[in-house]
Design a binder for this molecule. Structure first.
Ligand code: IPM
Ligand code: SF4
Length: 422
């Protein structure tokens, strides 16, 4: 019997042959903390290793500042100060004060390679699985232990394989595919499983579109989202400055006869744009069911859909148009690098001319912890990944999750709009 890519990665990381269901003590290749979860992880680390304890490997730790940047309160400023000091003390060089959202920085700077086990103190760490790594979110106390030991225990997950075939219609994207999947199997439909995405539709997706899918694996309870590496992965990593090629790296793939918990097939050729309606990510309907819902705010950004390609899709729709009166549009590129590409290509001009507010890379309104919040009774139409009660501000506000194309069309008309009509 063959193995899944996740079983193979854990076999390498544990130094022995392991299968789904077994418990392993795995070597950790990269560990990420950010400005919200980092301070707690450091506290946990010091409890384990002592005030003067040294981390297991400073070159494998990445500290990002993304949730509250620039510091929006004295508490945030103190947290940032603590993280910078810790980085200096420990010789951690990868602490990027304003490089963008942690997850985007992790993948675009070549921190994540296929076959690695990567942990992050953030639930959307599962995004990096699009590069063929096993990446998962862990709690801050677990992270304290990782900092001390460089290892962590896991139960090797079973895998659900999603075979996604067909060609995506015009103005329908990977965001619509993942929303459809979550709506179908439910917010707990993949609990503690590895969600492996494959099939001709996935093969044709760019890495940016693949990240959108694996990013949201956690929204159906999955331990990770994962995609077997291919030429697109190779192309992406080379651009990220990683040397070598597919042949040399001998990347892991699932065997034909691997044992899966479940296999699910889907053809996307007739898929409509999808919308997750308040207040659960699995409340998914086709856009036609909610067209005409008034939008007070539209947010294009986040680790789910704030990359250059997402901005390009939105700008193509917004070019020469104006944001509707009574609606506000906030655009936030996911990282400095994506922002610079968007600047060079004139996308930022398009947004500003249309009447949008463009902010420097950060999580922005995604989690409702910083700026760009909505008031009671208001509606946010957002390209991010969660629409829980209070997620973007007032608990009496409502958040709808959509693709960048649906968001852009909505901004122009001031109400949820099918992007295929514009
Ligand atoms: C702040 C952090 C712990 C949280 C997460 O883990 O996901 C945030 O990024 C989110 O998206 O809700
Ligand atoms: S952009 Fe949103 S989902 Fe992503 S890490 Fe930030 S708060 Fe979490």
């Amino acid at each position: 019997m063959g193995k899944t890519i996740s079983e193979k990665i854990f076999s390498q990381a544990a130094g022995k042959d392991v299968r789904a269901g077994e418990y392993v003590f795995a070597r950790i290749d990269r560990a990420m903390i950010h400005d919200i979860t980092g301070p707690l992880a450091i506290k946990a680390f010091k409890e384990i290793a002592g005030e003067d304890g040294k981390v297991w490997d400073s070159s494998r730790i990445i500290i990002a500042f993304d949730h509250q940047v620039p510091a929006d309160s004295v508490i945030a400023a103190e947290n940032h100060k603590m993280l910078r000091r810790f980085a200096e003390e420990q010789g951690i060089l990868n602490y990027d004060v304003y490089e963008g959202i942690a997850h985007q920085v992790m993948v675009e700077k070549g921190h994540v390679l296929p076959g690695m086990v990567v942990v992050g103190a953030d639930s959307h760490t599962c995004m990096y699985g699009a590069l063929g790594a096993f990446a998962t979110g862990i709690g801050s106390t677990d992270m304290g232990a990782v900092f001390a030991l460089g290892k962590l225990w896991f139960r090797v997950p079973e895998t659900i394989r999603f075979e996604i075939n067909g060609s995506l219609p015009r103005r329908v994207y990977s965001k619509d595919v993942i929303l459809k999947i979550i709506g179908t199997i439910g917010a707990d439909g993949a609990n503690y499983k590895a969600a492996e995405f494959a099939g001709s539709a996935v093969e044709r997706m760019s890495m940016s579109q693949r990240f959108t899918m694996t990013n949201m694996a956690i929204e159906m309870g999955a331990k990770t989202g994962i995609i077997e590496p291919d030429r697109e992965t190779e192309r992406y990593l080379k651009k990220a400055g990683v040397e070598g090629n597919l042949e040399e790296w001998e990347w892991l793939r699932s065997d034909e006869d691997a044992e899966y918990f479940r296999k699910l097939g889907m053809d996307v050729s007739d898929l409509e744009p999808q919308v997750a309606v308040p207040h659960k990510v699995d409340n998914v309907v086709p856009v036609s069911e909610v067209e005409g819902t008034k939008a007070d705010q539209v947010f294009i950004g986040s680790c789910t859909n704030g990359r250059y390609e997402d901005l390009e899709i939105a700008a193509e729709i917004l070019k020469g148009e104006k944001v509707a009166r009574g609606t506000r549009l906030i655009v936030i590129p996911a990282s400095r690098a994506e922002y610079m590409k968007a600047l060079r290509e004139g996308l930022i001009d398009v947004f500003v001319e249309a009447g949008a507010i463009v902010e420097f890379p950060s999580c922005g309104p995604c989690m409702g912890g910083s700026f760009g919040l909505i008031a009671s009774g208001e509606v946010s139409v957002s390209t991010s990944n969660r629409n829980f009660i209070g997620r973007q501000g007032s608990p009496e506000g409502r958040v709808y999750l959509v693709s960048p194309a649906t968001a852009a069309a909505t901004a122009i008309y001031g109400e949820i709009t099918d992007p295929r009509k514009v």
